[in-house]
Design a protein around this ligand. Structure first.
Ligand code: HGA
Length: 612
């Protein structure tokens, strides 16, 4: 949430900043702004709303001869999404500018103190406090001033700071908000996330909490904020390329990412499983067999879509690895009394590896002695550096705010983890393991061959359903979390109210909602609970609910229950959640499109939730 980008180098800075912001806009789009050094002054432009508005404002300054600047795209936490609250924020004289991702928790006390000293505030943001605080601390040395100012601050931040009097200096710092530095031949960059850097460099340095960077043209130093001690940090080469973060001819990133799923799943699986035996190798989780054998519980911790992946994994791990699993929403986990110790394995699931609540959750679990592994998509992100082990999903950059390929790749990664745990603990027989391993690879291939047909089938439903006000999604067993995910997807991008329910729960309340207006998407594959789910579907039909059924090819009974059926090929029951996710993604996408919604940048949302 909130994207920051910064540059010092020989290029003209405005296009670099705009390109960076374009690639970070998924992080927030309430407003955008940029600032650059020009003839001893800081020139700032800001606009409410999406980046396109800022582009209109800076159009005539695009070629300005400046090589130092900062940009910001905002997801508001403090202060309405107005131009006046847009970053960058300045001190009283307009000589210091700050862009910020995070929350300054003690901003009110600091603000009152600074006002008492004569500072004038013009925005409602917490961020503006930083500009005035740095101004207050400044005595000829910007780096020292930033350090002193940050020593007074509670909360989270990734910041970029410029001072009018040092035209080729950019100071950056981080605490609990992501920040990555890019290193070019004669230029340095900062960004909230890697895609902003990809057009310019793939050499990056991940800053850790309580670290700051001092950037000049082609040279940089990194130090600890607290004591100013210089640090030597590893430069990582990223294997993503710039075009992976482009739409590649698709109308939206979300659609592109839906269609990338088969390959992305194969990338998750590749090199980790022996196809002929299903034997899994996951040395990256950093747990030796003795430790795996002492685990007596697993805590799966995640938010949003990743939490749905965790709910599916509970079924898998308990069935095939025989380890009890608890699934927690990270924002709850982090604040409750945790019965976690060294015999509990904590598995954090996060696309970005920066999700604030999940990060806080794993820190608590680690303090209590738990080993922590993370299932994550972004190489080098904070969670991957803090966890004892990492299973990368290798899904490639996910730009659409509504997660699609990251989710199915999380499922694939969690399935691999299940097989691995079962294998190490000796509780899964080789024949089953082989079948499960093959089924995982098969499901990716089936999605590949069926996706265009699924899209066509879903498109045929849209006209009948796009105007609905509410939706229910129901499923049982492994497909119950997929019903939750289907409802979430629809809510996120079409703004239709939707609820996911375990099909057996309908009669305990939500059945009261059903009338001839209410669409219900029911997941009814030919699985072990098929007859039970069909009974629930009959109950819905008896109350005239409008049924959309997603079921198994050849199941003619479904067509007798409704004309709206999406058929999917038969797959082994364990792998159904991966396949059954796809039609709901497409349904949400097509309905949102039909309603004219902004699919990739839904209102009020942002990707990579780095605030609480
Ligand atoms: N608190 C700042 C920055 C918001 C942010 O980081 N959101 O993710 C503001 O409200 O402008």
């Amino acid at each position: 949430m909130c994207g920051i980008v910064g540059y010092v180098g020989p290029r003209r800075v405005v296009p670099v900043l705009l390109e960076g912001l374009r690639r970070l806009e998924y992080r927030g789009y309430d407003s955008a702004g940029l600032v650059y050094q020009h003839n001893g002054e800081l020139v700032r432009h800001r606009a409410k709303g999406k980046l396109v508005n800022l582009e209109g404002v800076v159009d005539e300054h695009i070629g300005v001869a400046s090589g130092t600047g900062l940009g910001h795209t905002r997801w508001a936490t403090h202060g309405a999404p107005t131009e006046n609250n847009a970053h960058p924020h300045t001190d009283c004289k307009g000589e210091i500018v700050v862009v910020h991702n995070g929350i300054i928790e003690n901003y009110n006390a600091l603000k009152n103190e600074l006002i008492a000293k004569g500072h004038t505030f013009v925005s409602e943001t917490d961020t503006e406090v930083l500009a005035h605080l740095i101004e207050d601390c400044l005595d000829g040395d910007l780096v020292a001033a930033v350090r002193t100012a940050l020593s007074r601050v509670d909360g989270s931040y990734a910041i970029g700071v410029l001072w009018a009097r040092e035209p080729e200096l950019l100071v950056a710092a981080r605490n609990q908000s992501p920040l990555v530095m890019g290193v070019g031949e004669d230029a340095c960059y900062i960004a909230s996330d890697i895609p902003a850097l990809l057009p310019y460099t793939r050499e990056v340095i991940f800053l850790d909490d309580q670290e700051m960077a001092v950037l000049r043209r082609g040279e940089y130093s990194i130090l600890q904020i607290e004591d100013g001690v210089p640090l030597t940090k590893e430069v990582t080469t990223i294997d993503w390329n710039a075009s992976m973060a482009e739409k590649a001819g698709y109308r939206h990133f979300m659609l592109k990412e839906i269609f990338e799923q088969p390959q992305a799943i194969l990338n998750t699986v590749s090199g980790r499983i022996v196809p002929d035996t299903g034997v899994v190798d996951l040395p990256e989780i950093g747990l030796d067999p003795a430790t795996i054998n002492t685990i007596d519980r697993i805590a799966l911790v995640a938010c949003g879509t990743s939490w749905h992946a965790a709910l599916v994994a509970k079924y898998w791990i308990e069935k095939y690895a025989g380890i009890p699993v608890e699934v927690d929403i990270a924002s709850e986990f982090r604040y409750r009394k945790l019965l976690v110790n060294e015999r509990v394995l904590t598995v954090a699931i996060s696309q970005s590896g920066e999700t604030a609540d999940t990060l806080a959750g794993i820190r608590r679990a680690a303090e209590l002695g738990s080993k922590v592994i993370t299932v994550c998509n972004v190489v080098g992100s904070t969670m991957t550096r803090e966890a004892d082990g990492v299973i990368y999903t290798h899904a490639g950059p996910e730009i659409g705010v509504a997660s699609t390929k990251a989710f199915t790749c999380q499922l694939a990664a969690l399935f691999l983890l299940t097989l691995y745990l079962g294998q190490v603990r000796g509780v899964i027989d080789p024949v089953t393991q082989k079948k499960l391993g093959n089924a995982l690879i098969d499901v990716a291939n089936l999605i590949e061959s069926d996706l265009p047909r699924m899209q066509k089938d879903v498109q045929e439903l849209v006209e009948r359903y796009y105007a609905a006000k509410d939706f229910l999604f129901v499923g049982r067993g492994l497909n119950f979390p997929i019903a939750l995910e289907g409802a979430l997807k629809l809510k996120e991008i079409s703004y239709i109210h939707a609820e996911g329910y375990a099909a057996g729960e309908l009669k305990h309340g939500p059945i009261a909602l059903i009338d001839q207006e209410m669409p219900i998407v029911a997941l009814v594959p030919k699985d072990t609970v098929y007859q039970k789910t069909i009974s629930n579907v009959e109950e819905i039909k008896a109350r005239q609910g409008r049924l959309v059924l997603i079921g198994t090819e050849g199941d003619e009974h479904l067509a007798s229950l409704t004309e709206d059926v999406v058929y999917l090929p038969h797959v082994r029951e364990d792998l159904m959640p991966i396949l059954y996710t796809i039609p709901s993604q497409l349904l949400a996408y097509e309905i949102a499109n039909r309603r004219g919604c902004d699919v990739d940048q839904p209102r009020n949302l942002a990707k990579s939730v780095t605030v609480e």
